[in-house]
Write a protein that binds this ligand. Structure first.
Ligand SMILES: *[C@@H]1O[C@H](CO)[C@@H](O)[C@H](O)[C@H]1NC(C)=O
Ligand SMILES: *[C@@H]1O[C@H](CO)[C@@H](O)[C@H](O)[C@H]1NC(C)=O
Ligand SMILES: *[C@@H]1O[C@H](CO)[C@@H](O)[C@H](O)[C@H]1NC(C)=O
Ligand SMILES: *[C@@H]1O[C@H](CO)[C@@H](O)[C@H](O)[C@H]1NC(C)=O
Ligand SMILES: *[C@@H]1O[C@H](CO)[C@@H](O)[C@H](O)[C@H]1NC(C)=O
Ligand SMILES: *[C@@H]1O[C@H](CO)[C@@H](O)[C@H](O)[C@H]1NC(C)=O
Ligand SMILES: *[C@@H]1O[C@H](CO)[C@@H](O)[C@H](O)[C@H]1NC(C)=O
Ligand SMILES: *[C@@H]1O[C@H](CO)[C@@H](O)[C@H](O)[C@H]1NC(C)=O
Ligand SMILES: *[C@@H]1O[C@H](CO)[C@@H](O)[C@H](O)[C@H]1NC(C)=O
Ligand SMILES: CC(=O)N[C@H]1CO[C@H](CO)[C@@H](O)[C@@H]1O
Length: 581
């Protein structure tokens, strides 16, 4: 019997007839209560992941209102209970004790009131004084009018918070004349200023440009709009899912959203143009002034959480482990496969902890430590020379469901190619200089979800350039050969990464999970999530390699790779249809 089963049993006070292994839950386990059932998810096709969070079936998009309450992690998310396409959007609700294994509960919010009849859209949770969690979410009233609503738990003694009640005051925030009411959504977690007032941001646009409106409230019900948005930009479109939170300058722990600690910077994140972009700045709580160090899409600086498939993210402060955790939505990028349409294959990223880097110029992300419990068989070695033009198989682990850490170095750095000053766009550079294009130091890296004959491979690799007296490291994720299937999106993504290869290893970690590859370069300084659909490199036909396609040799300083256990994801829901008008 696993921890998870014990927890379910204890918390629900039901007797479970337990199967011998969790994978058999669908047949083996039943609740003795007529109105509740516990069931496992289908494993119906090769692209379904093993250890990433996924809904029971159908469509999900943005993660909403993540929080930690009485020993339980809660994740809500935008969910269509009826189909594998966007529509009829509810707040689905899942809980976890360890951020790895999940229990799906009943839907928390359904669109059945005039103030959200068109959908219960994204929002956040906030803890009120006394520790009571409250949801602030966007209601779609009509397709071109959005309002902000409140909901609270029915029973605060229930750590699972299984039932939520919408406020009789809804809607609590509506647009004013002259404001775009069609793009007015996604309230943030509220923070408290020194005057005791709560503040939230709501995403909006003005003349097609993004801005984050600021609202203040004493009682969380009556909200007053500040004259000025906290920030805006004429370079971007509408800001979806804004997020605003402090990060500590010593970079060791996460901090509470309301922290007024002096040793902090603030992060403002906005989702636009299919990416989650962020800026760092100084926030003065007394005046609500936010001055950014470098603005969105500034020349030479475009900070993003992730450079590929990553959108509509949200963070929360985990008071149990003093860390800030980031959740985001991985979109389906294959619209051609019928199986996918039938079942829906959308996921969340593995939760990442997020900190300010030592330089203070960017954020660092890393999979939460709980993931290490999933590691099983391990392969490791040190100091292996990778000759120019060589490919090395890393065998002995389940390459389709694994966690790989590798670091490279080279004594040949002085031979690195010169960086042309016109090469300012890393994505363009990766697209021109793919893994097949040789260089002096790079391309070298790993080939994941590769077929034995290498006709299918997703390569994650580095190149080192010289620029004046410095080295510049480029990280690329190349999906151009990831599947023999025609008509898929096979984009190549890239980022410059702040590594000084003279003084540190060039490191890479990749979480490989059937159709998702989350890669972290330079210990989390640049992240790229690829969504891939191989035809050959499936399950035990998937292989892992290290490669060096450069003229000069590089060394693998260390390599550590693990097979990963499947996460236990079960549904525990009342046997009733979610209510829908
Ligand atoms: C929404 O739900 C209704 C009622 O079940 C259904 O007819 C409709 O197709 C659904 N729309 C989507 C986009 O799922
Ligand atoms: C509230 O939750 C607690 C803990 O699960 C439970 O013991 C209690 O019966 C619940 N109260 C109501 C009114 O449902
Ligand atoms: C949006 O992203 C695409 C692809 O990355 C890029 O070509 C385009 O310039 C971006 N648009 C804006 C307004 O940033
Ligand atoms: C707030 O920011 C504006 C510029 O945006 C600046 O002129 C003003 O001095 C700042 N106020 C405070 C109190 O920092
Ligand atoms: C933020 O504060 C730091 C420390 O006081 C200061 O060095 C920096 O210039 C400030 N940045 C902005 C954009 O005001
Ligand atoms: C662009 O960046 C360069 C170098 O960082 C700087 O000198 C220049 O002023 C910037 N231009 C604009 C328009 O911000
Ligand atoms: C690899 O490492 C060995 C010793 O650890 C060193 O002698 C050799 O020069 C290194 N090769 C490269 C290409 O860095
Ligand atoms: C590369 O790393 C290995 C192992 O840490 C070390 O022995 C070697 O000296 C390093 N080589 C260079 C060139 O830094
Ligand atoms: C290395 O480059 C050659 C072309 O020079 C290409 O055929 C091969 O696929 C490349 N290897 C990898 C792993 O990309
Ligand atoms: C693409 C590429 O750079 N290939 C190189 C692989 O390594 C050999 C030397 O071992 C070079 O000759 C190739 O140019």
């Amino acid at each position: 019997m696993t921890d998870l089963k014990l927890k379910v049993t204890m918390d629900l006070s039901v007797v479970l007839v337990v199967g011998s292994c969790f994978g058999l839950l669908g047949n083996g386990v039943q609740s003795d209560r007529d109105d509740e059932k516990l069931q496992s998810l289908p494993q119906d096709q090769p692209y379904r992941t093993g250890y990433h969070f996924q809904p029971p079936k159908n469509w999900m998009n943005d993660p909403n209102g993540p929080m930690y309450y009485k020993g339980v992690y809660h994740l809500f998310y935008q969910y269509n209970p009826y189909a594998a396409v966007w529509g009829n959007i509810t707040w689905a609700h899942s809980i976890s004790y360890d951020l790895v294994n999940w229990i799906h509960l009943d839907i928390a919010l359904s669109p059945d009131d005039p103030f959200d009849i068109n959908g219960c859209w994204s929002g956040s949770t906030t803890f009120l004084s006394g520790g009571k969690p409250i949801i602030l979410y966007t209601g779609g009233v009509t397709m071109n009018r959005q309002v902000q609503n409140l909901a609270e738990p029915k029973n605060l003694s229930d750590p699972m918070l299984r039932e939520w009640v919408k406020s009789s005051h809804n809607p609590v925030i509506t647009h004013v004349d002259g404001m775009d009411s069609e793009n007015f959504r996604d309230p943030t977690t509220a923070w408290q200023g020194p005057d005791g007032l709560r503040r939230v941001l709501v995403g909006n646009e003005m003349n097609s440009h993004g801005r984050a409106l600021l609202y203040r409230s004493r009682d969380f019900v009556t909200w007053t709009q500040s004259k000025e948005p906290v920030h805006s930009s004429t370079r971007t479109g509408m800001w979806e899912c804004p997020d605003f939170y402090p990060v500590s300058i010593d970079g060791k722990n996460g901090v509470d959203t309301s922290s007024l600690d002096k040793f902090r910077k603030h992060v403002l994140k906005a989702s636009f143009n299919s990416s989650d972009h962020y800026v760092l700045g100084n926030y003065t709580a007394v005046t609500d002034n936010f001055s950014v160090d470098t603005d969105f899409l500034d020349n030479g600086s475009d900070l993003r959480y992730d450079y590929d498939n990553f959108y509509a993210s949200k963070t929360f402060f985990d008071s149990a482990k003093k860390r800030r955790i980031l959740w985001a939505w991985i979109q389906e990028s294959d619209s051609t496969t019928d199986d996918v349409k039938k079942t829906g294959l959308v996921y969340s990223h593995f939760p990442r902890s997020i900190l300010l880097s030592k330089t203070g110029k960017q954020l660092i992300q890393w999979p939460v430590e709980e993931i290490e419990k999933q590691r099983t068989v391990n392969v490791r070695f040190k100091n292996k020379e990778l000759k120019g033009g060589s490919v090395l198989e890393i065998s002995g682990i389940t390459a389709s469901q694994s966690d790989v850490e590798v670091s490279f170095n080279s004594s040949n750095l002085k031979e690195a190619d010169l960086l042309d000053p016109s090469w300012v766009d890393p994505q363009l550079l990766c697209s021109q200089k793919t893994a097949s294009v040789g260089g002096n130091i790079g391309p070298f890296g790993i080939l994941v979800l590769a077929s034995k004959d290498l006709t299918e491979q997703t390569s994650i690799f580095f190149r080192v350039f010289r620029s004046n007296e410095k080295y510049v490291v480029l990280m690329c994720s190349d999906q151009s050969r990831s599947s023999l299937e025609e008509g898929l999106k096979k984009t190549i993504y890239g980022a410059f990464i702040d590594i000084d290869p003279l003084n540190e290893m060039i490191s890479l970690r990749s979480l490989i999970d059937h159709s998702i590859v989350e890669s972290f370069g330079g210990e989390g300084r640049a992240c790229i999530t690829a969504r891939v659909y191989p035809k050959l490199a499936i399950d035990n036909q998937a292989y892992l390699y290290a490669f060096n396609n450069s003229t000069f040799d590089v060394n693998i300083s260390t390599l550590n790779a693990w097979s990963m256990k499947k996460a236990q994801i079960v549904s525990f829901t009342k046997r009733r249809k979610p209510h829908l008008n």
